[in-house]
Design a protein around this ligand. Structure first.
Ligand code: MRU
Length: 345
């Protein structure tokens, strides 16, 4: 997988040789983004199945449960990880022993292919919301790097450009890990899509000046009532968009919905190391990747990694089965009852 910690300065592909290394890569955010984390969870289970292939049935199941717990313990907010690991654990526990490894590997592949198909469909449906000349603000990275390809929030933008529409993207830097500055800006640059990087605090300024026509972001977990958890800072953008009469869309596949969370208050928000706030990574003048402290030594810091945007601020949820409209309790139930769809082509 691409080691996203080194982007945009280095493009390196890391090899993870067993489920423990895959779990560590998720925890350390070498790989991140709701979709990619889910798919990695599936392939981590496939690695575990291969590692345990010669074990007797009882020990094989125990090994798979151990791997499942380890992968689930990496990051709590993105629900895709839990869906993927549970799907693989289920297929590992049933059927003929000699086919069990193959079944888990196939399931991990299916999760990846569904992820890809969903991103494409989100692109199709979401591009219809984008008019020619649209100026779009996005937060964090909900692009190809956060999924298998295309992404969620960036997929409609990609599809709109392919349809010949002119767009301009305001990219929030997204402190503290700067997924906007390092990943989203890089993806748009790679594809020649016009954009400008802005500090997180500048979004309100451009919205109030009437220079933003739409906001579109991804999501890590969406509650049954439509409250959506996404990267810290998303909630503020939703309130600002509402205040300035700007439509605010969440793009996310059905695997992001969590019916076990009645509201956003039921969603576990990851708290990460204060070091991510006090230190930043970047390239120095000699092109060397380095870490610098931006605050005084021993500065106490808090670092919640996600926040919840209440459903009342969300104009629509762009999914692989269409754009869901409020009241979300109903439209999410309907969407979840729709059968899984294959790829676009
Ligand atoms: O901490 P991260 O980088 O994994 O957070 C990612 C986000 O919040 C994304 O917006 C979200 O996962 C949607 S990805 C399409």
């Amino acid at each position: 997988m691409i080691d996203q910690r080194l982007l945009p300065h280095r493009f390196e592909v890391a090899s993870l040789n067993n489920y423990r290394e895959t779990a560590q890569a998720i925890r350390d955010m070498a790989l991140r983004g709701a979709g990619a984390i889910g798919v990695a969870g599936g392939y981590g289970m496939a690695q575990a199945a291969i590692e345990a292939k010669d074990l007797p049935k009882k020990s094989f199941k125990a090994y798979m449960r151990e791997a499942a717990e380890a992968l689930k313990a990496t990051r709590p907010t993105a629900v895709g990880l839990f869906h993927a690991v549970d799907r693989c654990l289920a297929v590992a526990s049933r059927g003929r022993v000699e086919k069990r490894v193959e079944r888990v590997v196939d399931e991990a592949d299916n999760i990846a292919l569904e992820d890809l198909a969903a991103s494409q469909r989100i692109g199709e449906y979401g591009s219809k919301l984008i008019n020619d000349g649209c100026r779009i603000l996005t937060h964090c990275n909900a692009g190809a790097l956060a999924f298998i390809d295309y992404g969620t929030a960036l997929s409609p933008i990609r599809f709109a450009v392919k349809q010949g529409k002119r767009v301009f993207v305001y990219v929030d830097e997204t402190r503290p890990r700067s997924q906007g500055a390092k990943l989203t800006a890089w993806e748009l640059q790679q594809e020649g899509i016009p954009y400008a990087l802005i500090v997180d605090n500048a979004a309100g300024y451009y919205m109030r000046r009437g220079e933003v026509d739409m906001v579109i972001v991804g999501a890590d977990r969406i509650a049954a009532n439509g409250d959506a958890a996404n990267k810290i800072g998303t909630y503020e953008k939703a309130v600002l968009a509402h205040e300035n009469g700007i439509p605010f869309y969440v793009a996310a596949p059905k695997m992001t919905f969590d019916p076990d969370c009645q509201t956003g208050d039921d969603i576990t928000i990851e708290e990460r190391s204060p070091d991510e706030v006090n230190w930043v990574w970047g390239e120095d003048e000699d092109g060397k990747l380095t870490r610098v402290r931006i605050s005084a030594k021993d500065t106490p810091a808090r670092n919640p990694s996600f926040d919840v945007t209440p459903a009342k601020y969300i104009s629509g949820i762009v999914t692989e089965v269409g754009v869901l409209a409020p009241p979300y309790g109903e439209s999410i139930r309907e969407a979840l009852s729709e059968p899984r769809k294959g790829s676009l082509g």
